[in-house]
Ligand binder design. Structure first.
Ligand code: NAG
Ligand code: NAG
Ligand code: NAG
Ligand code: NAG
Ligand code: NAG
Ligand code: NAG
Ligand code: NAG
Length: 281
């Protein structure tokens, strides 16, 4: 609670640190009380800070996109509107923006064993997956992800929302004594996610049908890939980072009226004024 309070207050006052508008802080304290009355801020091991929230009151979360459900028996938080399981919520220091790590799946194709169907040897097994469309939402694909593929036959490709190929990579089998779990071209390859991919993408894999090998592909949190992923060729669940911000394109939920406030920080010279969103009581 005290951490949330700190963050939320900072959201408002940070650009005016030495010129703090007193009434503002009071309003925010009031809002926090109201906001948290019918809310749960934790689900299992995962903290769910505002603007996200679990609860029925419209003040629990900023708007429907930030409403979270928590399955009591499994303690799994889910972004209700987009139906995505939450792994972690992160708020940038001092602004109403950040990212949320969600669970998504990889796509996998397996070449089968050549003994099973010799005539099929030179054809290709292909599989595609369209990934979370966050179109029309305040979420977008974060720059904190990479496109990666695990396997040592065939190749992987990534396409944008109109189907244009925007990235691709291939990897060869890792030598027996090589270090595992490093995505460097042996058994795993990775590419930057182009800036143009911000709301939607598809990933595809192709392997030779007689190869007896599998390849999987996914867009994944860079951190997660480097620290926690076990680079098996049939990875299923992966962590994807979505960035979010609270802005005028996505107004707050009904029942909590907000208004734009101008804070004049001209005393600070270089910083100037800025706009924030505040409840109107
Ligand atoms: C979940 O647990 C909370 C607190 O134990 C309880 O108030 C709520 O009714 C439960 N919800 C469901 C859907 O079981
Ligand atoms: C809650 O989790 C349990 C256990 O994983 C699962 O069986 C159940 O279907 C889940 N309920 C909902 C509403 O997702
Ligand atoms: C071999 O592959 C061909 C072409 O995909 C398919 O039509 C045929 O059923 C396969 N045969 C067996 C035994 O799997
Ligand atoms: C998708 O990628 C293709 C090929 O790179 C490009 O021509 C097209 O403009 C891209 N579409 C979007 C919406 O970015
Ligand atoms: C099919 O592919 C396998 C594995 O690459 C190879 O060992 C085998 O000789 C191929 N068979 C034919 C008929 O080309
Ligand atoms: C990696 O796993 C550990 C332990 O489960 C967790 O604390 C940490 O946040 C994870 N790191 C990432 C980048 O997901
Ligand atoms: C901020 O204050 C300065 C100096 O008092 C004034 O000139 C300026 O118009 C003010 N800006 C706003 C947006 O109120």
């Amino acid at each position: 609670m005290s951490l949330l309070l700190f963050f939320t207050m900072f959201t408002v006052i940070s650009p005016c640190l030495w010129h703090q508008p007193q009434p503002t802080t009071a309003i925010f304290l009031h809002m926090l009380k109201r906001e948290d009355k019918d809310c749960t801020r934790r689900c299992g091991d995962i903290d769910i800070p505002y603007p996200f929230g679990i609860g029925i009151g419209a003040g629990c979360f900023y708007n429907d996109f930030f409403a979270v459900t928590c399955n009591n028996s499994s303690s799994v938080p889910v972004l209700k509107k987009l139906n995505l399981e939450i792994l972690k919520v992160y708020i940038e220091f001092g602004i109403w923006a950040g990212d949320v790590t969600v669970k998504t799946q990889s796509v996998t194709a397996c070449g089968g064993n050549s003994n099973n169907n010799i005539t099929n040897n030179n054809t290709v097994v292909e599989a595609w997956r369209r990934d979370p469309s966050v179109k029309g939402s305040p979420f977008s694909i974060s720059y904190k992800n990479v496109f990666a593929s695990v396997g040592c036959d065939g190749y992987a490709i990534m396409s944008n929302q109109t189907g244009g190929i925007v990235a691709g990579c291939s990897s060869v089998c890792a030598p027996k004594d090589s270090r595992k779990n490093i995505c460097n071209g042996f058994g795993c390859c990775q590419r930057e996610v182009p800036d143009s991919v911000d709301k939607h993408y598809s990933v595809g894999v192709r392997v030779r049908s007689g190869s007896g090998k599998c390849r999987s592909a996914f867009v994944i949190s860079k951190d997660y890939l480097e620290t926690n992923a076990s680079l098996a060729s049939q990875m299923t669940d992966v962590a994807l980072v979505l960035s979010w911000s609270v802005n005028e394109l996505f107004p707050p939920a009904k029942g909590l009226l907000f208004k734009e406030l101008m804070f004049n920080c001209s005393d600070l010279g270089s910083i100037g004024s800025f706009v924030s969103y505040m409840p109107n009581f």
